[in-house]
Design a protein. Structure first.
Length: 529
């Protein structure tokens, strides 16, 4: 096999999704420890002080002590080259979080065992499900009091409409957590709170019918309970089916405790065996094979002004096929021009490193002189392809924004349009009103602050923002005439910059009302571009 093909075959590119505090950072750190990419826990999301030593990004970022920019973490483990795409969460949750999922080949969903599915898990899951990528579940914090594991599994199946396949099964939780039963190898891994952080676990091979030995290890009561539960699982749970896993219809579930490093390595090994190398991607009617030999990539994110001194703008590309070589000439499809991608860099936990080559599965950041838009295709000039665009996702926070100084009208309009075009905010208009009354929509409230900051610093415009009580926006599918719709007085008809019609609502109740009162009306919470 050619060298480039070998490189691609060993790549695994995935995102970790979770609700804040479920343990995404802790799990990421433990995975990086195995790959030798970091030497100590705490290096990924270092506390404010040490992060600022390496970060010279937006003032806003410093002020808030948060990371607006997602990065990729690459490490090697047992011959695999692993790319973890960081999905911004917490206050920096934004549309970029969704877009990053467009660049992943699979997702790991971290769930807090005491809480189960939480709002952000729901949102992120939906985007993964829309793409049909494999979803692996890590149920975390078994060293604390947890909900009944059957309950948790049931919730995943019912709420998400997927099958689950527990790869292991917890033995107790919290103070009485004894470990997990590995269903494939029929052995138990014993949890020993004293072994926090150790890399290799003491694996006790144990036939589940060897009651005497089991009693000695986990106690008679726990043994009885485990045997019953395993019997129930074997009889009643879904069969393992790799095709379904790969189609995102069956989620392998792992129980563990990221903080104490329990169950992380078996998870990693199993996950790497099940997940795939970079998948073919659709470009119109063509399915582009990552091994086709020609370079192709698409822009999944644009980050402006990361370094104030240089006023730079980075476009993040996900490589879909072939090999990227620094200095080579490529074709930017949307502009119809040949380009050299300058300063190609990989972002490793907030540090930038220039890369000379990269392969399908990798993501790179390149200097953007203002030519790229989200979803653009860059490829070898021999390929005539255009990757499918990245959908626009429904914002959840809305505000009207106007310039304080009316003399600054021109700069205001320019700034708003440019920032919207980059995908940092979405703008909507009341039909016929144009830029006179513009409504800004964002997925995460921090995007408002970024907008205000950038309008002031890059365009010299101070703005006044008034938050609106709308929470939901839906694109109107098909040919429905919005003017003739029967909607509540607090529902508003607006248009996006492409002139597509949408409705904004203050509650879910209003959405249901509109659907009920207007037979034939079809609404979507994302829009294919
Ligand atoms: P996130 O990135 O998903 O937001 O979560 P993060 O890893 O930051 O974890 C959130 C909190 O949960 C942290 O505690 C972390 O130590 C804890 N945690 C993560 N995994 C486990 C686990 O398996 N067991 C237990 N018991 N706790 C876990 P914190 O006190 O909020 O932060 P820190 O002071 O420890 O950094």
């Amino acid at each position: 096999m050619e060298n480039y093909a070998k490189e691609i075959e060993r790549r695994r590119t995935f995102a970790i999704i979770s609700h804040p505090d479920a343990g995404k950072t802790t799990l990421t750190e433990k995975l990086l420890l195995y790959g030798g990419a970091i030497l100590q826990a705490g290096a990924v999301k270092g506390k404010a002080a040490d992060r600022h030593a390496v970060s010279d990004w937006m003032e806003l970022e410093k002020k808030r002590g948060i990371s607006i920019t997602s990065s990729v973490m690459q490490f090697h483990y047992e011959g695999y080259c692993i790319n973890i795409l960081d999905t911004p969460g917490h206050q920096d949750f934004s549309e970029d979080t969704y877009r990053t999922l467009m660049a992943a080949d699979s997702a790991v969903m971290v769930i807090d065992a005491a809480k189960g599915i939480e709002p952000q898990t729901r949102k992120l899951f939906r985007v993964c499900a829309m793409r049909g990528i494999p979803i692996f579940t890590f149920i975390n914090k078994l060293d604390r009091e947890a909900r009944d594991p059957f309950d948790l599994i049931d919730e995943l199946e019912k709420e998400f409409g997927i099958g689950t396949y527990p790869m292991n099964w917890p033995i107790g939780c919290g103070q009485s957590f004894r470990g997990v039963f590995d269903r494939k190898d029929r052995r138990i891994l014993v949890f020993n709170a004293k072994n926090r952080g150790q890399t290799k676990l003491e694996a006790i091979e144990c036939d589940i019918t060897d009651t005497e030995r089991l009693d000695g290890i986990i106690g008679e009561d726990r043994r009885r309970e485990l045997c019953e539960q395993v019997e129930l699982l074997d009889a009643a749970s879904f069969d393992f089916d790799m095709e379904k896993v790969r189609a995102g219809k069956l989620s392998p579930v792992f129980f563990g405790s990221a903080l104490t490093n329990f169950g992380v390595e078996p998870f990693l090994e199993s996950f790497l065996r099940m997940t795939t190398p970079p998948l073919p991607r659709k470009a119109g009617d063509v399915l582009v094979d990552p091994l086709c030999g020609e370079f192709s990539a698409f822009v999944f994110k644009i980050q402006a002004n990361m370094n104030k001194a240089h006023r730079d703008r980075l476009a993040f590309l996900r490589i879909c096929s072939g090999k990227f070589e620094r200095g080579a000439e490529y074709f930017h499809v949307q502009e119809g021009k040949s380009i050299k991608l300058s300063q190609p860099q990989q972002l490793m936990a907030q540090e930038r490193e220039i890369v000379d080559e990269a392969y399908a599965g990798d993501t790179i950041g390149v200097f953007d002189p203002g030519i790229f838009s989200i979803g653009d295709t860059v490829c070898s000039s021999k390929m005539k392809i255009t990757y499918e665009g990245i959908p626009t996702f429904a914002p959840e926070h809305f505000a009207t924004v106007e310039q304080v100084d009316t003399m600054k009208r021109k700069q205001f309009v320019k700034g708003m349009n440019q920032i919207a075009q980059e995908g940092a905010i979405q703008i909507f208009f009341e039909p016929g009103a144009g830029m006179e009354r513009v409504i800004v929509g964002v997925v995460g409230v921090l995007q408002f602050e970024v907008l205000e900051y950038r309008l002031k610093n890059e365009y010299g415009v101070d703005v006044r923002r008034s938050n609106l009580s709308y929470q939901y926006i839906r694109w109107i599918d098909g040919e429905t005439n919005p003017a003739s719709l029967n909607i509540t007085s607090d529902t508003k008809w607006v248009q996006d910059f492409r002139g597509r019609n949408l409705l904004i609502f203050t509650s879910e109740w209003n959405i249901r009302w509109a659907l009920e009162k207007n037979p034939g009306l079809s609404l979507s919470d994302f829009s294919r571009n």
